[in-house]
Design a protein around this ligand. Structure first.
Ligand SMILES: [Zn+2]
Length: 361
């Protein structure tokens, strides 16, 4: 999966080409989540940042079944079109259909707040550079149309990561003399709404961009127990890959390439805002092999979480959580910080990445 396969790019490109609106045909496999997740994320009001360019007149999704009916009216077949779309010589196919879009739009202004704190490096060899650590603290609020529980607690997504961020901040706040690079801890808002908070932050950095080393993002931090392996989502885009590997191996963890890269997780959380602003970033993820006799334990629980609780009101604290996994992730982040601050050169994007240090996308 690349940036170009994710939905924000479809809207961006359509805006650039002067489209009136876009309906994306939902594909569970490509999106890596079902229609229910889309409904929870987009069935209510949505937000945009007035600081950014204009949006399309309408943006939305249709299910595959609805798309089939529409395409049938144009005597077209979705499967055949998809197959063609996966070849390099594909060109857009006009449907010859007219659509009437009726909307009752209501606007309200909502203030969102990113909360950031800086631990200043107190090492005699302080560099004047900054490493950013991030985690989003927002979720979906409340859904009053639901029976029973209406509160989206977001215990894994993203309290687990917010806790990891605070624990890391707490650790360094006690030990600034160990730091050569300043650490900026930012709890960003509106990740669940187009990643607005981190996007704003990355475009209005409170320090010079060429002094920012990297973004280390905590997201849905492992609450299911220790693993033997870890991987860094998005590491393949930059020199951070080698840094993440070195730090993991120092802890005796097996470092693997990003798993499920085709699911595009890199493009789905706050590290992407930094990459778009020209700053390499990673999301630190647990691996799939649990420590202990039941090797599949962590992955099984993670998959069960994604299937049954992700972006639902059931994302709550569970009595069987094993936070030793989260401790591993925080320790790994500390290892990464230790390596980064010893390196003279800033991490760069690799030539095959769609991002560049100076790119403003
Ligand atoms: Zn989420």
């Amino acid at each position: 999966m690349t940036y170009y396969g994710r939905w924000p790019y479809k809207y961006e490109k359509a805006t650039e080409l002067g489209a009136a609106g876009v309906l994306i045909i939902h594909d569970t496999k490509g999106a890596a989540y079902g229609w229910d997740v889309l409904r929870a994320s987009w069935g209510n009001e949505s937000f945009f940042d007035p600081d950014r360019d204009r949006r399309l007149l309408f943006e939305g999704w249709t299910s595959g079944e609805t798309a089939d009916r529409v395409l049938a009216a144009a005597k077209l077949d979705r499967k055949a079109l998809r197959e063609k779309a996966e070849t390099p010589d594909f060109a857009p196919v006009p449907l010859g259909l007219k659509a009437t879009v009726r909307q009752h739009r209501e606007f309200r202004t909502v203030d969102g707040v990113n909360v950031a704190g800086i631990v200043r490096a107190k090492h005699p060899a302080a560099s004047g550079r900054t490493i950013v650590l991030s985690a989003h603290y927002d979720h979906f609020g409340k859904d009053e149309t639901l029976q029973g529980d209406q509160i989206y607690n977001g215990a894994v997504d993203n309290c687990s990561a917010s806790a990891a961020l605070l624990a890391t901040a707490g650790f360094y706040a006690q030990r600034p003399d160990r730091l050569k690079d300043d650490l900026c801890f930012v709890a960003v808002t509106a990740e669940e709404q187009l990643i607005l908070g981190s996007s704003y932050f990355a475009r209005h950095l409170p320090f010079k961009k060429d002094t920012v080393v990297a973004d280390i993002n905590f997201e849905m931090t492992n609450v299911w127990g220790e693993t033997e392996d870890v991987f860094a989502i998005g590491a393949r885009h930059s020199d951070l890959d080698a840094v993440c590997r070195e730090a993991a191996e120092k802890m005796g963890l097996r470092y693997t390439p990003e798993r499920n890269g085709e699911l595009g997780f890199f493009y789905r959380s706050d590290q992407i805002s930094f990459a778009r602003a020209g700053i390499p970033g990673v999301w630190l993820s647990q691996g799939i092999v649990a420590k202990g006799p039941d090797k599949g334990l962590v992955q099984r629980q993670f998959e069960d979480y994604r299937r049954t609780k992700y972006h639902k009101v059931g994302d709550e604290v569970q009595p069987d959580w094993d936070l030793r996994g989260a401790v591993q992730i925080v320790d790994w982040a500390r290892g990464i910080i230790a390596i980064l601050q010893e390196r003279k050169d800033l991490p760069q994007f690799v030539p095959t990445s769609s991002f560049k240090r100076e790119s403003v996308k």
